[in-house]
Design a protein around this ligand. Structure first.
Ligand SMILES: Cc1ncc(COP(=O)(O)O)c(C=O)c1O
Length: 301
């Protein structure tokens, strides 16, 4: 590992397991825990560090001085990348979906403050960028520039998830995670033993493509995983009063903050599935808190 990354990681807080003591779980005999990756770091939290760590290592050892990536105006991925770029002395450039807004989102304000160069592009151009998957694939890339696809979904991202799995010191039946690009889920599948079931919860509507994307990233055939497509609440950036009210109640009871794009949907789904008897009595479920709270700074609580 590159010495700069080792130095940075020394400032991190361990991601602990928190037991979710809920009447619902007791009633159905389910042992529910959260892996608190949201606590890893105030900015590079959740799955962001897990996915970026080995990519950054590769970029630094390849002699890159610039990382170029893409994302939306609330992107957790770009937020972490801009911060880490500044911390490591790397230049960062981002292609942002949509027009330059008159009023910057809190995420964009931070990206600029951390020195990321923002290039606003149309939705069509943005979609075209999705085809470039490898670190050298972006047309026009200059020497020492490193391309990172949307959400950091690149093969090297999977290695960091193995570290998350290694940290879990208790036996468990299910490991659950929200899905955007599916890279985090793919990393967890690759690192988990076959007797554990992996459950991904799609944040996007019509996300059936995730099955192919995860299989492609995995590069190995495993059958102990499933992506649930039913809890998108209308789509990626959508939420409902029911979801927000679930999140408020969860936050009040557990003091664990969720956000409506990923972790809120996953926890709602898990509660719903538990209440419908989807899991067997005595089973232990670990849900990964993938962070992302920065993207939710404009919500009134
Ligand atoms: C908070 C949060 N959770 C989950 C995900 C989904 O991760 P992936 O794109 O690896 O599926 C993301 C997106 O990267 C995210 O920002």
């Amino acid at each position: 590992m590159h010495p700069e990354l080792i130095k940075l990681e020394k400032t991190f807080t361990p991601s602990i397991l928190t037991k979710i003591d809920e009447l619902l779980c007791a009633r159905f005999g389910i042992d529910l825990w959260m892996k608190r990756d949201d606590q890893l770091h105030p900015v590079i939290s959740g799955n962001k560090w897990r996915k970026l760590k080995f990519i950054l290592d590769h970029a630094l050892y390849s002699g890159a001085d610039t990382i170029i990536s893409m994302g939306g105006m609330y992107s957790n991925h770009l937020h972490a990348l801009a911060y880490v770029g500044k911390a490591l002395g790397l230049k960062t450039i981002a292609y942002i979906r949509g027009d330059n807004p008159d009023l910057l989102t809190p995420t964009l304000v931070d990206l600029k403050a951390w020195g990321m160069e923002l290039r606003f592009i149309s939705r069509t151009e943005y979609r075209q960028l999705r085809q470039y998957k490898g670190s050298l694939d972006l047309p026009g890339l200059k020497p020492q520039q490193y391309w990172l696809p949307e959400g950091g979904a690149q093969a090297l991202a999977l290695s960091g998830l193995a570290e998350l799995v290694e940290e879990i010191e208790i036996a468990y039946d299910y490991l659950c995670v929200p899905c955007g690009t599916g890279a985090t889920l793919a990393g967890l599948i690759a690192a988990t033993e076959d007797h554990v079931s992996l459950l991904g919860f799609a944040a996007l509507k019509n996300a059936g493509f995730l099955n192919t994307d995860v299989s492609t990233l995995l590069k190995q055939s495993k059958s102990n995983w499933h992506i649930n497509l039913d809890y998108h609440f209308g789509g990626f950036a959508s939420s409902t009063a029911e979801l927000l009210s679930f999140m408020s109640a969860f936050e009040a009871k557990t003091t664990i903050q969720l956000e409506p794009v990923y972790t809120g949907k996953m926890m709602y789904a898990l509660y719903d599935l538990i209440s419908k008897g989807h899991f067997s009595t005595g089973q232990r479920i670990i849900a990964v808190h993938t962070g992302g709270l920065q993207g939710d700074r404009q919500r009134k609580r």
